[in-house]
Write a protein that binds this ligand. Structure first.
Ligand SMILES: *Cc1c(COP(=O)(O)O)cnc(C)c1O
Length: 419
């Protein structure tokens, strides 16, 4: 029984939507992108979303909007995909890495320790679709002492008057805290529509704007659209309107617009978001209900109850309810070494079962080692990596496939530890 890791969800509705774009004679940015932005605004209940060609380019543009000087710092978790930190460098700033907690989200205590007058943004990651504690992070960046420390180096930083909260929501489209989407708790959230993500346009991303007054998010959306198109005031679609040829180029933009033919894929998928989420939850719950009886299985996103209570009670508006987007199932196996974990992945691969590891901590990657980051500074990220194996999680996965996978996982685990 072949089990791929993360095949895209392509049904007749997706194919029809793409065909519609192809037959319309218009394949780059136009009506499908506009429709996708409106669907995302509705789903997340935010005022303004601007589509781009990847999470990475969207995050770079959001940070360019904030305006970073070379000494400006952005706090990121050490446990994430490389793009989280690379976007900061590409936008001209300095990533400052901090460790995670047992639930794999960024450690708020470490954020407090890492903040300096140079800190201009915090970029937490909703790993696997599980939202970070944005209430706590917001409380930190709006506290009097931290605001006093804040030293703006750009006009937008000055108007914002505090550290910006920019989320890496590449995994967490639709994830909620107290019934509101993550995008409602952040200043800017960037989602990814890459091929393996919950909703995909093959490659793509979307910038969700939720900045406080005096910023006008609908006006800002226009700026983000212009800057995604080389700073040009009219997109190609508007320029094809009769006698609509004249345009200006107002700023140094990027060329990161999303084509309609790509938006069509995501548009058909996002319209059935509720169904897709329900199926993801089915897979997640089936893994949990089987694995919870094994002492060696550390189930994902189970927060330490004491820690959870203390975080809750320290907040003015405590978190009463979290809704995961069920993007990944990052299992940890307590009683095996890293070599044994790697062997387990190979044994499953021989049965044609694909698994993965999320993530190699950033300080272990050559590019960040060369910048001086050291894994010994991030003990929880390191320990998480050493024991982690990500199980496949997507709507098309059948219960029969899940049970086959679990049966082999349990069998191979026993073989490995009893040898
Ligand atoms: C996929 C991913 C990204 C990058 O998304 P792209 O759309 O490929 O640029 C960033 N952060 C995380 C956590 C991701 O998983």
């Amino acid at each position: 029984m072949k089990i791929p890791f993360s095949p895209p969800y392509i049904d007749d509705d997706v194919i029809n939507e793409v065909t519609d774009s192809l037959r319309s004679g218009w394949i780059t940015t136009g009506p499908k992108v506009k429709a996708l932005e409106e669907e995302t605004e509705r789903l997340l209940n935010v005022q303004a979303c601007s589509a781009v060609n990847s999470w990475t380019s969207g995050a770079i543009l959001a940070l360019k909007w904030l305006g970073l000087k070379p000494t400006d710092e952005v706090i990121v978790p050490a446990y994430t995909y490389c793009a989280t930190a690379m976007a900061v460098i590409e936008a001209g700033g300095k990533p400052v890495m901090v460790d995670i907690k047992e639930d794999m989200t960024i450690d708020e205590e470490q954020i407090i320790k890492a903040i300096t007058p140079n800190t201009k943004a915090i970029l937490p990651v909703d790993i696997g679709g599980f939202p970070c504690n944005y209430l706590k992070i917001k409380e930190i960046i709006t506290s009097t002492d931290i605001i006093k420390l804040f030293t703006p180096t750009s006009e937008n930083q000055r108007v914002l008057g505090r550290i910006m909260l920019l989320s890496d929501s590449a995994h967490s489209i639709g994830a909620k805290i107290n019934s509101q989407s993550v995008a409602n708790y952040t200043d800017i959230s960037v989602l990814s529509f890459h091929a393996v993500k919950n909703i995909t346009s093959a490659e793509g991303g979307i910038i969700c704007l939720n900045l406080p007054a005096p910023f006008d998010n609908k006006e800002l959306k226009k700026w983000f659209k212009v800057m995604s198109l080389n700073g040009q005031t009219k997109d190609a679609f508007a320029k094809t309107q009769l006698a609509g040829w004249r345009y200006d180029v107002v700023d140094m933009g990027l060329k990161i617009n999303m084509p309609d033919v790509n938006a069509a894929i995501a548009l058909a998928q996002i319209r059935k978001y509720d169904y897709l989420l329900k199926e993801r939850k089915r897979v997640f719950d089936r893994y949990n209900s089987c694995l919870q009886r094994f002492k060696w299985a550390i189930l994902p996103f189970q927060t330490n109850k004491n820690e959870e209570e203390s975080v809750k009670s320290s907040l003015q508006n405590p978190i009463s309810e979290i809704e995961n987007a069920y993007h990944l199932y990052p299992l940890r196996i307590a009683d095996i070494s890293t070599d044994q974990r790697d062997r387990l992945i190979n044994m499953l691969a021989e049965k044609e079962i694909a698994t993965n590891v999320h993530y190699i901590p950033l300080p272990e990657l050559t590019v960040f080692k060369k910048m001086g980051f050291k894994i010994s500074d991030y003990p929880i990220a390191n320990k998480t990596f050493e024991h982690e194996i990500t199980l496949p999680l997507y709507p098309q996965l059948t219960n029969e496939q899940i049970d086959f996978l679990l049966e082999n996982l349990i069998k191979f685990h026993d073989e490995i530890v009893n040898k």
